[in-house]
Design a protein around this ligand. Structure first.
Ligand code: HEM
Length: 401
């Protein structure tokens, strides 16, 4: 009889400071997304050392403050208002669908994907992206489950290949002097075509697919949690009577609320690292090759860091220096999320000058929803995710206007 080797043992970490130290330590390699490598090849998050530094420094150009500021002034508000329009006309909608449509359209512009204009296309893209990460276990509504390979192929067929071809033509026109650099789009695909000339279509598609996974479902999962927490907060007469919030114009408050929501509901609740060498940290000796599971959900509730009310939603919480308001939900160390300011702005910023502050797409969407008087639909009460399921709203009926 074939011998089944036991699954490798994982050491789980729930202590905030130890988890942060592991994320920051170069003796540990990133292995959360290792499963994507046979399917996509290496993408930014699976690279190490110099190769990772080079990739991150190139792609970091998509997230410089001046560019993000201009997205906050034009792209993001424009996408939010056009996406909300049909829901405002109907006076109702599904918050999950709205969040997915907004975040996938913004991500599409930053990545350089075309064809994500109508809601059915964004729903389809989100379904394929979830299947790419979750594989056969992923089902979405009435659709049959997809394997990761099928999801990858459909993503390429429906969303990536044409966008790539169009940009390849534009870059060729630039190279032959028919277009200026300023006439080229500024997005991930164009950046890769310009700077990674030796890359083939498969390599570019892989990086694009990872970005789509990283950008869309994450922020789209956060926004329904954020609105739910805000509505609960506003229902509490003590909070309102203390004059904490001037709805919905207090962007600083909304941004702190978004970060606090992400601390309580980390979209990626576990990250994995593997020791590259024997290393002692926090009185634990990690052996070479040992896999460590960082339970961000628990670490973010550490009372030693966030206080005795760590489990409560409190956007006014005073957070100790050098600790992110969202806890470890954006990871840490060399793989710290590149899109964190696009998603959530700069919640640690102490400047009161809005010119130097970013608010992020989650905050801006929450603000637009509140301005349009979004509220839970009393005729269709939402089902809160149970503690045994993924912490994700599948459906959230709301009224608007
Ligand atoms: C609420 C929203 C988001 C959350 C919670 C989130 C979370 C994370 C986490 C935890 C990591 C680290 C993974 C690891 O160490 O294994 C990460 C990495 C990354 N994220 Fe995000 N993310 C969000 C939004 C975005 C957006 C909007 C983008 C891009 C438009 C993005 C792009 C990336 C990229 C490129 C990496 C890899 C960085 C590297 O390996 O150097 N993320 N994200």
């Amino acid at each position: 009889m074939a011998k089944i080797s036991p699954a490798p043992k994982i050491r789980w970490i729930t202590d905030f400071d130890l988890a942060a130290a592991i994320l920051a330590h170069k003796a540990f390699r990133e292995v959360t997304f290792k499963g994507l490598v046979p399917l996509l090849g290496h993408v930014i998050v699976t690279l190490e050392d110099e190769a990772h530094r080079e990739r991150r420094s190139l792609e970091g150009r998509l997230f410089v403050t001046s560019l993000l500021k201009s997205h906050e002034e034009s792209l993001i508000p424009e996408v939010i208002e056009t996406t909300l329009q049909p829901y405002l006309e109907a006076g109702s909608g599904c918050l999950v669908e709205i969040s997915q449509a907004v975040t996938s359209r913004i991500a599409a512009r930053i990545i350089g994907l075309d064809g994500l204009k109508d809601p059915s296309a964004t729903t389809e893209a989100v379904r394929l992206l979830s299947a790419l990460v979750g594989g056969t276990a992923s089902t979405h509504g009435e659709h049959p489950p997809l394997t990761r390979r099928q999801a990858r192929n459909l993503l390429r067929q429906h969303f990536i290949d044409n966008a790539l071809e169009r940009r390849r033509n534009l870059v060729n026109q630039y190279r032959t002097g028919k277009l200026t650099r300023a006439e080229l789009p500024f997005d991930l695909i164009t950046l890769l075509l310009l700077h990674q000339e030796e890359w083939n279509t498969q390599q570019i598609s892989a990086e694009v697919a990872f970005y789509a996974v990283a950008a869309v479902d994450t922020t789209a999962t956060l926004v329904p949690h954020l609105m739910h927490e805000l509505w609960k907060f506003y229902q509490n007469p003590t909070n309102l009577s203390q004059g904490y919030v001037s709805l919905p114009e207090d962007q600083d408050f909304l941004r702190a609320a978004a970060a606090e929501t992400l601390r309580l509901h980390p979209v990626l609740p576990t990250l994995f690292r593997q020791a590259r060498q024997t290393i002692e940290l926090g009185e634990i000796c990690f052996e070479t090759g040992e896999v460590v599971g960082l339970n961000l959900g628990k670490a973010n509730l550490d009372p030693a860091v966030f206080g005795d009310d760590a489990k409560e939603f409190n956007p006014l919480r005073v957070v100790r220096a050098r600790t992110r308001r969202a806890g470890l939900s954006f990871g840490g160390g060399v793989h710290l999320c590149l899109g964190r300011e696009l998603a959530l702005g700069t919640p640690e910023s102490t400047t009161t000058n809005p010119e130097h502050s970013l608010f992020g797409e989650a905050t801006l969407l929450a603000q637009a929803l509140l301005r349009h008087k979004a509220r839970p639909d009393p005729a269709h009460p939402v089902q809160t995710p149970s503690e045994y399921s993924r912490d994700v709203y599948q459906n959230y009926p709301i009224l608007l206007g």
